[in-house]
Design a protein around this ligand. Sequence first.
Ligand SMILES: NC(=O)c1ccc[n+]([C@@H]2O[C@H](COP(=O)([O-])OP(=O)(O)OC[C@H]3O[C@@H](n4cnc5c(N)ncnc54)[C@H](OP(=O)(O)O)[C@@H]3O)[C@@H](O)[C@H]2O)c1
Length: 278
Amino acid sequence: MDPVPPAACAIWLHALISAHRPTGSSLSDRAGKAGLLASIIIFGGAGGIGSAIARWLAARGDRLHLVGRDPARLAAIAREVDAPSSLADVTDPAAIAAAVAAAAQDGGLAGLVYAVGTINLKPIGALTEADFERDWRVNALGAALALKAAAPSLKQVEGSSVVLFSTVAVRQGLAAHASVSMAKGAVEGLTLALAAELAPKVRVNCIAPSLTRTPLADALTRNEALAKAVAETHALRRLGEADDIAGLAAFLLGPDAAWITGQVIGVDGGRSTLRTKG
Ligand SMILES: NC(=O)c1ccc[n+]([C@@H]2O[C@H](COP(=O)([O-])OP(=O)(O)OC[C@H]3O[C@@H](n4cnc5c(N)ncnc54)[C@H](OP(=O)(O)O)[C@@H]3O)[C@@H](O)[C@H]2O)c1
């Protein structure tokens, strides 16, 4: 038999890979129960990063359900991305469960994003027990309860995916971050534990941003001198924008990330790992 020429071999291989590659279509193209499109629920959907994720996902046709506290902000983004929404405070376990049930009721859940958080920066001497408890509840316990409520529905939809949020201040020690770093460290533990427990049906990953221009960070970023000084601590010499984070979240929620789970990924301009001065 004549050997197959290398060029023909490459074309054949490309065709084979293309035929088996995910299409790049949205995760929630995969039907949930009753053949309806499954939804991706976004806690913090009206926030800086949560709303950016909602726009990325809506643009590729994912079905969404947004959750937030502020009725006006939530209604505005829900209208923009044409998604239903639920009002819920994440310190209220019953409200979390009700929001998840509302999101899952038609086609099940193809994904969950927990983009809720606090930046409560104080030296240890100024942190009260109430500070620690609130930061832990909003960042970590809320995420755990959201996942507990959502897990049965997520398991029913093939290829479902979860994205949680940590911070650069877990891997990089930063002064005045004790309470938020402790709470976000718990989120990283939760990510790994549930990625193991829910495999192979549900993928669970976590994004750890550095300082990103959103309402949450406004107290730090509206002071331009401070913002510039913090930007200079990043190898890439700028602060993050919500879209820097949303692009990775959209990827992790989609079929092209089908073999990625149990990862904490820094989107931080290099701050957690690089020092380019001194
Ligand atoms: N921005 C940064 O520099 C930065 C850095 C590291 C990590 N992160 C993490 O990234 C994620 C997204 O943050 P972001 O910057 O987009 O913040 P953001 O703009 O403040 O958005 C957070 C959203 O969370 C919601 N939220 C806050 N407390 C809540 C509660 N008790 N119950 C229900 N919803 C609540 C808010 O809803 P309402 O609008 O309805 O009040 C808000 O829309 C968070 O996990 C944050 O910790 C951000």
